[in-house]
Design a binder for this molecule. Structure first.
Ligand SMILES: Cc1cc2nc3c(=O)[nH]c(=O)nc-3n(C[C@H](O)[C@H](O)[C@H](O)COP(=O)(O)OP(=O)(O)OC[C@H]3O[C@@H](n4cnc5c(N)ncnc54)[C@H](O)[C@@H]3O)c2cc1C
Length: 481
């Protein structure tokens, strides 16, 4: 039986080794077995869910999709209510513990890990409370995949979705949430109406653009530093039935960038992404991937959509809209089947000013094997669509996302060398105005964060002092060590 604590467990007098208290001197949990021998400690609050020290839960929380960094918590909270989170954050404040929420654990550099503290597993907070015409109210642990399934059944869709949907709402709202619709509709952060947040002081607060706006803007893209999102009200819009997908191939990077900027500017597509791919001839080619949503009988006009573009070749394909949203699922199922999904992922994720994009990517590609299987994303979006101050991108009208989604062999030293390479590439990008998308594996210390936040840095410090003065929340980001 797992070692765990919860009100129900205590009342039932169940597990002999259930946690009943925290020993602040030994920094360990006191179980019922210790307590019966007279060991003391500070009682844990009554919980609707459970606090576990089960080794499997601890090992999972000490790891993430990156499989590069590992920090071991002393317990994992599986909350059954926002109240549980409030109580645990208060308890952490009182007893010098650190706490972080973990969504689906898809960070690549320990961002949701807590050495010697408590990880809160949001997967038990997973209720879709309501879906109406224009909005969905969901717990933070709900995945975008679950929300898509429920909302499309009602003919609605979130306006912006990530390429992969098995990410938690709380996890992407803490970082950004970039996708093909970003050029028209901003990132997922820009499509939130209201949040329930447990602040670093352990207070449950409802916030929005018109209510406690400073907290609302702090937690959206706040990397878990000021509060834990427990519930979100998200914008929905009408879903079309189908997607027409255009894949346009370019040999020349400058032409590719020029056409991408044109498309970003005139917003003719509903969805705009793009990739760098091996060309099979010892080099690379560039692919615009753009889509138009439609429902019969209003078909997209191919001539209009492709007008003025200078691609070398193209393909066009129609898919049902939801199938398009779930396009990565078969590949990921296969990668899981053959075990590669569990390999280390030292991801490089950057934002580049459009004027520097071609030149930077040329430099970055000199470090990539020309037969790489790693996806390399390279696509633009308009800065004017972004509304949240803590989501940091370069100061140009059009910004490019550039990601090398690396899978490394689990050979000691190899993933670490790629993390070092990421850092070198980040330094080159930062020198020309690029920024880090904080989901990536790039070592950052507080002076890097100061540079990252630029003129928002003082605000960041003020928000931390206001909402998490004891620096309890989310140490894995290394902003306030
Ligand atoms: C296969 C794959 C595909 C991806 N595709 C995209 C993509 O297309 N676009 C994109 O933008 N990103 C993408 N990402 C990155 C992804 O958006 C981030 O890694 C995101 O943070 C993962 O969500 P998660 O639920 O796993 O969060 P976690 O990794 O568990 O947490 C991320 C951070 O948020 C904090 N956090 C988590 N939940 C909360 C909460 N409720 N309140 C406050 N803080 C919280 C954590 O403490 C941590 O610091 C992808 C990642 C993977 C692995």
């Amino acid at each position: 039986m797992s070692e765990r604590i919860g009100r129900r467990a205590i009342l039932a007098g169940s597990a002999a080794a259930a946690v009943v208290a925290f020993d602040p001197i030994g920094r360990s949990w006191v179980t019922t077995a210790h307590a019966s021998c007279g060991a003391g400690g500070i009682s844990i609050p009554n919980l609707d869910g459970e606090l576990t020290v089960d080794p499997a839960a601890i090992a999972e929380a000490a790891d993430d999709f990156g499989h590069i960094i590992s920090r071991t918590p002393i317990a994992v909270l599986r909350p059954a209510s926002a109240k549980d989170i409030r109580k645990m954050v208060k308890y952490a404040n009182d007893h010098g513990l650190k706490v972080a929420m973990r969504g689906q654990g898809h960070s690549t550099q320990g961002q949701a890990q807590v050495q010697g503290g408590v990880v809160i597993d949001s997967r038990t907070l997973n209720v879709i409370h309501s879906i109406t015409n224009k909005r969905a109210v969901v717990d933070a642990g709900v995945t975008w995949s679950a929300l898509v399934a429920a909302s499309i059944a009602d003919g609605r869709t979130p306006p912006v979705l990530t390429d992969y949907l098995d990410l938690s709402v709380g996890g992407t709202l803490s970082v950004g949430g970039v996708g093909g619709a970003t050029n028209r509709k901003g990132v997922q952060l820009d499509n939130v109406i209201e949040l329930d947040v447990v602040t670093g002081k352990g207070k449950l607060v409802t916030c929005s653009k018109t209510k406690k706006r400073d907290l609302f803007e702090a937690v959206l893209g706040g990397l878990g530093q000021y509060g834990i999102i427990v519930k979100a009200t998200l914008r929905l819009e009408a879903a079309k039935e189908s997607a027409r997908i255009y894949r346009l191939i370019y040999a020349d990077v400058d032409q590719y960038v020029a056409d991408q900027v044109t498309l970003a500017d005139d917003e003719r597509f509903d969805y705009l992404e793009g990739q760098v791919q091996p060309n099979g001839l010892g080099g690379f080619q560039y692919m615009i991937e753009a889509a138009a949503w439609f429902s019969d009988p209003n078909l997209p006009d191919d001539d209009d959509l492709l007008d003025g573009l200078s691609f070398d070749s193209s393909t066009v394909e129609d898919q049902p809209y939801e199938q398009w949203l779930r396009r990565l699922e078969p590949t990921i199922a296969f990668l899981k089947l053959i075990g590669i999904w569990g390999f280390p992922h030292p991801w490089l994720d950057l934002f580049l000013p459009a004027s520097e994009a071609a030149s930077f990517v040329g430099t970055a590609l000199t470090t990539v094997a020309t037969d790489t299987q790693d996806p390399i994303l390279f696509y633009p979006f308009k800065r004017s669509k972004l509304t949240r101050p803590l989501f940091r991108v370069p100061e140009e009208d059009v910004v490019f996302l550039f990601d090398i989604l690396r899978t490394a062999p689990p050979i000691p030293g190899v993933p670490e060398a790629l993390v070092d390479l990421n850092r070198s590439l980040y330094d080159i990008a930062a020198a020309v105005g690029g920024t880090r998308y904080p989901i990536s594996s790039i070592p950052f210390d507080p002076s890097d964060w100061e540079q990252h936040y630029g003129d928002e840095w003082e605000n960041v410090i003020e928000l931390k002092c206001e909402y998490d003065p004891n620096n309890v929340l989310t140490p894995g980001q290394n902003i306030f060590p």
